[in-house]
Design a protein around this ligand. Sequence first.
Ligand SMILES: Nc1ncnc2c1ncn2[C@@H]1O[C@H](COP(=O)(O)OP(=O)(O)OP(=O)(O)O)[C@@H](O)[C@H]1O
Ligand SMILES: [Mg+2]
Length: 366
Amino acid sequence: MILKSLTLRNFKSYASETFSFHDRFNLILGENAQGKTNLLEAIHFLLAFRPFKQLRTEEIIRFGSSECGLKGEILSHMGFDEVHILLNEDHKTLKLNSKIVYHTSKVYGRYNIVSFLPTDLELIKGGPQGRRRYIDALICALEGAHLRDLKLYHRALTQRNAILAKTSAITSDKIEVWDEKLAEVGSQVISRRLEFISKIKPQLNKIYKLTSGLDQDIQIHYKSSIDLEGNLEQSFKDMLRLKFEIDKKRFHTTVGPHRDQISFSIAGKDSAVYASQGEAKNLALSLKTSEIEMIKQFLGRTPILLLDDVTSELDGQRKKFLFKFLEDFPGQIFITTTDIKEILYKGEIRVFHIIDKKVRQKHILT
Ligand SMILES: Nc1ncnc2c1ncn2[C@@H]1O[C@H](COP(=O)(O)OP(=O)(O)OP(=O)(O)O)[C@@H](O)[C@H]1O
Ligand SMILES: [Mg+2]
């Protein structure tokens, strides 16, 4: 899959700009606050139909403008696509090959991207919600049914919580129908998470060992108040019944996949607590690299890679491994840096040098 070109209009710091990208290696070079990350954000928005993280519309639209637009030409396993996104204060319009797409979920996962961001460290050191979201987003990109089940689950959860919040004088039969629904789709959500974790774990171990040069075991733990050994749907239902009195007192549902905890450990030690900055960064990089492998295994596709300022904080060995990996990677790459000397890639590079927020393109051979 290749992003051939991108036109931005009033997107963040960009007034109007068109990029024609290299099929392999694109370097976005510039001092701080020039719009390097904004460009990656635009690429992500175009291909994933959403920004890196939840942003309000006014944060995306250029200051002083009332709407923004992105247009991209993409060569994918589906053929040649033209994607158009138009965003104004109260509406987002997505067009695929000139036809309006009314439900983004219909095209979700059409393109595959893996992004390496400075904030990835939070996946290792931050709270459990970030890891849950990350794993779910990954599974959604691989299996459309997961997105559908997550939506159904959250709809049922909202309904159950609304009943619990209304009065403490309710009886369990009033929420039984929602218990059934939560158990039915929630057990699917948990089961897919467990399956995904068991598949990514060997990959993650292999890459972590290779990059760190250390023979340390990496584990991914899934902690749930539901018994994971037996019939998940039945165990979930039993647990909802068991916790009903507590849920009534707290006015919300206290068990289920929305509360389950995912954690990593290096050599038996919880990474959120014990991993050093370098260890956490390497584990995050290994996780993202495993993500590429999972996309290849599940879908037989090569994703586009977005790497934002990844070289800072990596030591010499890890930097070398990263660029060797990128040289061998068969797909398209976008990488940002403030210092071209950090880029150890051997081959043809298209450089987009941003100076005073203006872009100059040139080719170089390294
Ligand atoms: N909605 C917006 N409208 C106009 N400018 C914006 C908007 N959102 C962000 N900016 C500007 O974009 C600039 C930051 O861009 P970006 O984060 O892409 O920089 P960068 O080149 O990645 O810098 P760094 O090297 O520090 O990471 C800031 O100057 C910010 O004010
Ligand atoms: Mg940046």
